[in-house]
Write a protein that binds this ligand. Structure first.
Ligand SMILES: C[S@@+](CC[C@H](N)C(=O)[O-])C[C@H]1O[C@@H](n2cnc3c(N)ncnc32)[C@H](O)[C@@H]1O
Length: 238
């Protein structure tokens, strides 16, 4: 029963991203007032310190994060939604970096244990039907001391929190409906952010999944948070 529900949730999520794929980039820029580009550059800067030779961007969507990775090695991008992955592929035809794209579910990656030096995920883990299983899978495909960098929405804190929370709760459903015609998808964005673990709680889940040295860096008043860490060095995935 639980597996059936999980499969349905995954199907729903895949369908939802398929429906909004064409307007996804425009809505990203609009809803974040352009901040999403800066957030992705922060991910790329963290990844660069590890100088990975084999990097996978999981839940790559339209591919912006994979396309912005400054590495001399191989970059891969995967997603389980084919229409959005097709947009990533089309973008890379004109780009300097040419990641290799493939379709895959993040919870069951078609890669050997320890195959990668770095894994990134931007705004993807919130959609996993089983968060713990997904984080374990990210750890499995990384070599010991391989780097994970995750960008995810979080609950704003601090002086501007009331304004930022109001924005996250009310603006995405409204603009989402106007621009993509799919208010439901952007209502999902607001509600899923409000209930998703963030900060120390997510750091704890990453550690439990087999990562060490995990840090959380809030961005733009905590609207998003950048998490990074390394797969625990003993090669064991707990
Ligand atoms: C909010 S978008 C983020 C896209 C991109 N990373 C970005 O920064 O714009 C979430 C993406 O995750 C993908 N996704 C969600 N769950 C997934 C899973 N279990 N396996 C693979 N892709 C998944 C969706 O299809 C969608 O393209």
């Amino acid at each position: 029963m639980r597996e059936e529900l999980a499969a349905k949730r995954a199907r729903d999520i895949r369908g939802m991203f398929g429906r909004i794929a064409q307007r996804y980039d425009l809505l990203n820029r609009t809803l974040s007032l352009g901040c999403d580009r800066r957030w992705r550059r922060a991910v790329a800067a963290r990844v660069a310190t590890a100088a990975p030779r084999r990097l996978l961007d999981v839940c790559t969507g339209t591919g912006d994060l994979a396309l912005g990775q400054p590495t001399a090695g191989s970059v891969y991008g995967c997603d389980f939604c084919l229409p959005i992955l097709a947009l990533a592929r089309a973008k890379s035809a004109a780009a300097a970096t040419r990641p290799a794209w493939f379709a895959a579910d993040a919870l069951c990656l078609p890669l050997a244990d320890g195959a990668l030096d770095a894994v990134t995920v931007a705004f993807g883990i919130r959609n996993f039907e089983d968060l713990e299983a997904g984080l374990h899978e990210l750890a499995r495909v990384l070599r010991p001391r391989g780097r994970v960098v995750i960008l995810e929405f979080s609950t704003p804190r601090g002086a501007l929190a009331p304004v930022l929370r109001w924005w996250v709760r009310h603006v995405p459903p409204l603009l989402g409906r106007l621009i993509s015609g799919d208010g439901e998808a952007y209502r999902y964005l607001s509600t899923s952010v409000a209930t998703f673990p963030d900060g120390d709680e997510l750091c704890g889940l990453l550690e439990a999944a087999g990562f060490a040295g995990v840090r959380a860096t809030p961005l733009t008043g905590g609207v998003a948070t950048l998490y990074d860490g390394a797969r625990a060095g003993d090669g064991r995935v707990r």
